[in-house]
Write a new protein. Structure first.
Length: 111
């Protein structure tokens, strides 16, 4: 079975792209792949005078992180992850399946 493209980009846990539990690395990666959307969320922080994280703004979180290397290694998966529709097969040849970069990686979120 084909996993979600974001796992190939280095995400170890998925709910939404801009999860409030996102790590600094995830915010740095979001800024790299979706700068306009990331900036729009920061503008909401300013309007509401409250940050998603209780201590740091989105730009501060992103500045503390590192962009996932896999984003640059898998442009095809990046395109799929940002698409509104997924049109590729779900079932894949087990011999062609590869372990995603996000497998056993960082899993930011509640514990």
């Amino acid at each position: 079975m084909q996993v979600h493209p974001a796992y190939y980009l280095g995400w170890g846990r998925l709910s939404c792209q801009f999860c409030i539990f996102g790590s600094p690395n995830q915010w740095a990666s979001n800024l790299a792949i979706s700068p306009e959307r990331t900036e729009r969320l920061h503008q909401y922080e300013q309007v509401f005078q409250h940050t998603l994280d209780n201590k740091l703004s989105i730009p501060e979180l992103a500045s503390k992180g590192k962009v996932n290397d896999a984003i640059h290694q898998h442009p095809d998966q990046l395109w799929l992850a940002l698409s509104q529709e997924y049109t590729l097969p779900i079932l894949v040849d087990p011999n062609a399946w590869t372990l995603a970069a996000g497998a056993f990686g960082e899993d930011a979120g509640p514990t």
